[in-house]
Design a protein around this ligand. Structure first.
Ligand code: AMP
Ligand code: ZN
Length: 465
């Protein structure tokens, strides 16, 4: 499998540290507002990356933080005449609601800055002890000149850094690009005790501290939108590698922007659409499909026309599944014909092409095209006279490939055979335990989905109505 690594600026063979488990950290949002459609991109993309790894049999230890203390949160709380905690609780809940709509799996851990102070303070202390940080009047700075590799992710050299530094008068800093690890308390702001006085952490240190705590010193993949490359991820590398004395993340993945009129959609520019408002016009699943229809590193221009096109495309796939389902339920032929047996052998070619696309730096655009090809294959080779068996395997393949991308999972009235078997087994167990109520409940639930059970001396048989 190949992944484009921002660190080396090339596609590299992906080799995880542990052959069974992947350690993945994705920077999460600062929670002071509904997320916009640009923020939704990394959510969808890296969830899809995770799902693909899981499909390949890896366990994915996926960590995504919530930044729950920040100037913007405090400002918002003041504007709304409420507390930072209320703002944070509200928008974490809203963000998770959006994520559920998009069928994003929950991270294994969603650490929050305010709950990780000991880990954060301990890492800053290590940086002080090792001479990578210095304190001036209660503010602790990272000393970029003490860390030789500073700039390696964003490929900036010392001159770029000097030129890039805003002309700001801050005589406390040794270098204009030195960044804050800890800042002193201001009146009316939340604060925590620390060896450098009461205050709160700078933004970058939280991810270094949380990645270390939940995943260890060296992780496989670190990801986020490309605006995070500099300074956020550059600073994370500096902090983690200086403190731990080990390489931090082995592969750095960054998604391209969602633009509006070729400008990055952002809260500060005001040119944004919240995911919530777009989801009122287009189902969440269409938004997910829209994002996956482009390569994750390419910019996407946001427009209603493109969303409409995505909706039409997704409907084409869904309609194919509904038609196939109908044939499975109504065809008079059970078994595959010789010709169908041969054709079903071709299904593996689609799977292979799909996997090749995904393993070429997660080319979801090509993977989606393979699903369309499979739909065309179904439309060409299946009609009302096709066998149930053949129609069913083709239908399942379309659903299976779509599911890897997090699509078509909520197809109603569409229990997969494995799911039915599992429910029947559960019912058998309930009966064995003389839990008749549960057994009847399962039978009724299956009936509602059009599945009829027959108890025979040979065991339970089922059929679709
Ligand atoms: P923020 O809350 O601004 O830190 O953003 C959360 C995530 O969304 C980060 O990974 C950002 O890189 C990403 N992001 C923000 N704006 C966009 C955009 N217009 N297009 C794609 N990703 C974005
Ligand atoms: Zn981060």
């Amino acid at each position: 499998m190949k992944i484009y690594n921002t660190l080396t600026r090339q596609k590299e063979e992906f080799i995880p540290l542990d052959p069974k488990e992947i350690k993945m950290y994705v920077c999460g949002p600062t929670v002071y507002n509904y997320i916009h459609i640009g923020n939704a991109r990394p959510y969808i993309i890296f969830d899809t990356v995770r799902r693909y790894f899981e499909y390949k049999g890896y366990k994915v230890n996926y960590v995504q933080n919530f930044t729950d203390v920040d100037d913007k949160i405090i400002k918002r709380a003041n504007e709304e005449n409420t507390t930072a905690i209320e703002i944070v609780e509200k928008y974490i809940a809203e963000t998770l609601k959006d994520a559920d709509g998009l069928n994003i799996k929950r991270a294994v851990v969603h650490p929050r800055v305010t709950q990780e102070m000991p880990a954060i303070i301990s890492m800053i202390q290590t940086l002080m002890d090792k001479g990578f940080a210095y304190e001036v009047n209660g503010t602790v700075y990272f000393d970029i000149q003490a860390y030789r590799d500073y700039g390696k992710l964003s490929h900036k050299n010392q001159e770029d850094l000097e030129a890039g530094a805003r002309i700001e008068i801050n005589e406390d800093k040794k270098h204009p690009m030195d960044f804050v690890l800890w800042k002193p308390k201001k009146p009316g702001e939340p604060s925590w005790e620390s060896p450098w006085g009461d205050g709160r952490p700078g933004w970058h240190i939280e991810c270094s501290a949380m990645a270390k705590k939940y995943l260890g010193d060296t992780i496989d993949i670190h990801a986020g939108g490309e605006d995070l490359i500099f300074p956020h991820h550059e600073n994370e590398i500096a902090q983690s590698e200086a403190a731990n004395g080990k390489p931090f993340a082995r592969y750095w993945m960054h998604n391209g922007f969602i633009n509006v009129d070729n400008k990055k959609m952002s809260k500060s520019k005001g040119n944004f659409f919240t995911l919530r408002e777009v989801a009122q016009e287009f189902p969440y699943e269409v938004i997910r499909f829209f994002m996956l229809s482009a390569h994750y590193r390419s910019p996407i221009n946001f427009s209603r026309e493109l969303l409409q096109a995505a909706q039409n495309g997704l409907e084409r796939i869904k309609n194919a599944v509904i038609n196939l389902d109908h044939i499975v339920n109504h065809s008079a032929t059970e078994e595959m014909t010789e010709e169908e047996i041969q054709l079903s052998g071709e299904l593996e070619v689609f799977v292979k092409k799909f996997e090749e696309a995904m393993e070429d730096d997660f080319n979801t655009a090509d993977a989606v095209s393979v699903i369309f090809e499979l739909v065309r294959f179904a439309n060409t080779h299946i009609n009302g006279n096709s066998s149930k068996a053949f129609t069913s395997v083709v239908k399942k393949k379309i659903i299976e490939l779509s599911n890897i991308l997090g699509l078509l999972e909520k197809q109603e009235n569409d229990l997969l055979d494995e799911e039915i078997e599992k429910l029947i087994q559960e019912r058998q167990e309930a009966r064995k335990a003389k839990n008749w109520a549960l057994a009847d409940q399962i039978r009724d639930a299956l009936k509602e989905k059009g599945i009829i059970l027959e108890d025979t001396p040979q065991g339970v048989r089922w059929k679709r109505l």
